[in-house]
Design a protein around this ligand. Sequence first.
Ligand code: HEC
Ligand code: HEC
Length: 443
Amino acid sequence: MKKGLLFLGLTILVYACTGDRLTNPLDIELKNALERVSPNKNLSGWELPQSDDYSRIPTESQNPLSDAKVELGKMLFYETGLARNSVHENGGGTYSCATCHVPSAGFMPGRAQGIADGGIGFGSIGESRIMMDNYEETELDVQGARALSLLNVAYVTNTTWSGKFGARDVNEGTEDVWPFDPLLEANYEGLSGLESQNMEGLDLHRMVVDDFVLDILGYREMYDEAFPDFPESERYGRKTTSFAVSAYIRTLLSTEAPFQRWVRGDEDAMSDQEKRGALVFFGKAGCYRCHKGPALNSMEFHALGVFDLYESGGFNTGPEDIRNFGRGGFTLRPEDNYKFKVPGIYNMGDSPFYFHGSSRHSLRSVVDYFNRGIPENPRIPGEQISPLFHPLNLTEGEIEDLITFLDNGLRDPNLERYVPDFVLSGNCFPNNDSLSRRDLGCD
Ligand code: HEC
Ligand code: HEC
């Protein structure tokens, strides 16, 4: 009788605590763990907004989201017709933003380093791209770090691995170093990271919006619809193009990932193994101490002591590449050296090149690296390494659960919904060179 009452009492307690009918003890445990470390002490602190819920998506106030802007950005991002400033003629019209941010590769390049102008070929996710015969290495559009994923970038206030773009947030107080980097001119406009970077990005990636793009390819009307408030003299430039592309990429939200569906109340969305992996992530392994909030990213900079891209054989990069210095390469403050922004980690299983230097090639190898807690790059001074990077003593079972959580629980299986059916030029995309056209089935 007493036992029965105790059981009844416990049951009521469980109901009362969770507020709904969670019957699997793992669900209850995970909910408690998530609430404990949630930014707002509530499960909703982990929830991404739906991509059409513009009022909940973090946005630049000077660039409010609208359907017309997102639609325009959704075309321009894939439009190989903007590639009008290539170094050699045969590179013209062959690449787009999505060459290095491939949707099926989790908006990463699908290889250790992205190659836009001067590259040829695609494969299935970008892995087969190589250098065009008539380009010199120094003529390629490549960078000395792996392209960041663009999933959930609405939660990134200051962009790139060093966080150098964007006038506010973590860049307040860095104004003294902006003059040293000509690309940072855009920061003086007082905009957020995405708007600033994408203005410069168009030039850097040799893309142009001109009368050909507006009137022959036919984008003028879409600009008119997206930017009716801009006087005509300012409506079709670099700034509006950046605004449209920024609006579009802010809608790239991994809301269909099992973990997101679970957070919204669908307890069957994750397997027991994924739930156990989530418990490791938000508990013993301490991943949540740096990967925070709905995007599991943060605007913190930490040194994990990983190798740089030149060590994986990237083009046009080397030991002196400013990108190797992380945040310090931008702020020029030695205490920031080798510290990199904490990236979002949804859909990481889609492209097997991890960390800024693509030094790890499987999620198991990433988890092993965190579990061992020993920096691989001997050049990084020990005092720079984050105190949160240390041996974790995970068991083999915990490691496997964690990998499953990263690989499946954090994978949105339907990113295709963000890809347009066509671009106005009618060109092949994301790439339009002869080899890519064949790989992509455009011929
Ligand atoms: C040649 C490959 C390449 C192309 C083309 C390219 N990107 Fe990138 N992108 C990168 C790399 C590399 C980084 C990381 C750079 C760094 O940290 O220094 C990056 C970073 C970004 C980021 C920052 C994300 C973050 O979390 O900080 C945004 C936003 C972005 N790219 C948008 C775009 C847009 C929009 C275009 C088209 C105009 C574009 N990219 C074209 C390679 C490319
Ligand atoms: C000290 C803060 C910190 C902790 C703790 C941490 N991370 Fe990270 N994580 C980072 C930073 C910073 C990077 C990027 C480092 C670089 O590339 O130089 C990163 C990168 C990653 C990447 C690769 C992302 C990419 O774009 O290549 C994955 C996956 C990842 N972390 C998962 C985890 C998991 C799983 C845990 C827990 C075992 C964890 N992280 C713990 C800070 C942290």
